[in-house]
Unconditional design. Structure first.
Length: 331
C-alpha cells in the first residue's frame, strides 16, 4: 500500500571516522567506525508517493534539491520501489535542524530519514539492519543515524555490502554526555566529503594506508573507553583519530584543508580546559566546525569558553539521543 509517511532522523558524530571507501557506489568503508547519535539535530522528511508524477521531486529547506543530491535520493528510492514492486514516483520534502555543509553530517540524518520514511511510504517493513544498509547507499555515515546511542558501523567484507551495517553498542543512558557544536563562521565548504574521500582514497597521501590501519585499532580502543565511561581514554582515541584523518587529508595532493583559524583555536581551548580538569574532548569532521563531547557538569563552562573563541558563529548544545523514528505528518 502506498501512503504518505514522515520520519525524523538525528545526525551523528563519528568518534572514530569513516574516511576511505572500498566501493564508491555502495558506500562500503575500508574500516569500521563508531559514532554518537545526536538527540534533536537532524532531518525531518515526508515522502508522498504520487502516481501523477513523471519523476521524483524533492524540496530541501524550501529549495529544490540539486541534481547530484537527487541522483543519490533516486538510488535509495529505486531500491525501495524495486522491492515494493512499483514504479510510482514520489514528492519529497525535508527540513534540516542541523546546519548544512559545515562539517556537520546533515547528509547522515537526511538519508536515514529518507530510508525510513520512504520504506514506510512504499509499504515495506524493514528492520534496523536493512534500514541501515539502505541509508548507507545514499550516504555512508547515514548507516549510523538509524540507531540511537553509541553506534558501531561494521565495515563488512562482502562485495554486495550485506554485512556493512550499523548497530547500537551502548544506549544513550549508558553515558549521557552533552555534545557541543562550535560552528565556525565560514563559507560553505568547497569540497564535499564524497569528493574529498574519493580524492584521498586515490592514493596520493603517504599516510592513507596507515590511517586505515589506525581506524581498525581505534574502534576497539574507543569501544572500551565508552564501556568504561573513561573520558581521558576517550579523548586520546577520539582526538587522535580526528587529527590523523585531517593529517591524511592535508598530506593529499592536492591537499584538503578544511580547518580555519578558529578551528585551531578551538582545539587549543579544549585541550587547555581538559588540563584544567574539565571532562571533555573534541572531534572534527570534513569541515571547520568543532564538536565537543562533555560530561554534563562541565557543559556550561565549556560552552561559554567555546563561544568566546573569535570567529565562532554559535555553539549548539545537544546530547546523546535515540535513532530514526516515524512521526505524524508535520512538514
Ligand atoms: O557519509 P559522508 O559521505 O557524508 O561522509 C562522512 C565523512 C565524515 O563525516 C568526515 C566522517 C564520518 O565518519 O562521519
Amino acid at each position: 500500500m502506498l501512503q504518505r509517511a514522515t520520519a525524523f532522523a538525528p545526525s551523528n558524530i563519528a568518534l572514530t571516522k569513516y574516511w576511505g571507501k572500498r566501493d564508491h557506489t555502495l558506500n562500503l568503508p575500508l574500516a569500521p567506525s563508531l559514532s554518537v547519535t545526536l538527540s534533536d539535530l537532524g532531518t525531518l522528511t515526508v515522502v508522498a508517493p504520487n502516481p501523477d508524477l513523471d519523476d521524483d521531486v524533492m524540496m530541501v529547506d524550501d529549495q529544490e534539491l540539486d541534481p547530484a543530491g537527487m541522483t543519490k535520493v533516486r538510488r535509495v528510492l529505486n531500491i525501495i520501489r524495486q522491492r515494493a514492486g512499483t514504479q510510482v514516483k514520489a514528492g519529497l520534502r525535508s527540513v534540516n535542524t542541523v546546519p548544512t555543509a559545515r562539517g556537520l553530517a546533515s547528509s547522515a540524518s537526511a538519508f536515514a530519514a529518507l530510508a525510513l520514511a520512504a520504506s514506510k511510504a512504499y509499504g515495506l517493513d524493514l528492520d534496523e539492519r536493512e534500514l541501515s544498509i539502505l541509508a548507507r547507499t545514499g550516504s555512508g555515515s547515514a548507516a549510523r543515524s538509524v540507531a540511537g546511542g553509541y553506534v558501531l558501523w561494521h565495515g563488512g567484507t562482502t562485495a554486495d555490502g550485506s554485512d556493512s551495517y550499523a548497530e547500537r553498542v551502548f544506549d544513550a543512558e549508558h553515558w549521557p554526555l552533552k555534545i557541543l557544536v562550535a560552528v565556525v563562521a565560514d563559507q560553505k565548504k568547497k569540497v564535499s566529503s564524497t569528493l574529498g574521500m574519493k580524492m584521498n582514497s586515490a592514493g596520493t597521501s603517504p599516510l592513507f594506508d596507515a590511517w586505515i590501519g589506525q581506524c581498525q585499532r581505534d574502534v576497539v580502543t574507543c569501544q572500551k573507553a565508552l564501556q568504561d565511561k573513561n573520558m581521558r581514554a576517550l579523548a586520546e582515541v577520539v582526538e587522535g583519530n580526528a587529527l590523523a584523518m585531517h593529517a591524511t587529508m592535508m598530506s593529499n595532493r592536492p591537499p584538503l584543508l578544511y580547518w580555519q583559524a578558529p578551528t585551531v583555536a578551538l582545539i587549543h581551548a579544549v585541550q587547555r580546559l581538559r588540563s584544567e580538569g574539565a571532562e571533555c574532548c573534541f572531534t572534527i569532521d570534513a569541515g571547520s566546525s568543532v564538536v565537543v563531547l562533555c560530561e554534563p557538569q562541565d557543559a556550561r563552562a565549556v560552552a561559554d569558553e567555546l563561544a568566546a573563541v573569535a570567529g565562532i558563529e554559535e555553539v549548539l548544545q545537544t546530547h546523546v539521543g535515540s535513532g530514526a523514528r516515524l512521526v505524524g505528518d508535520a512538514v
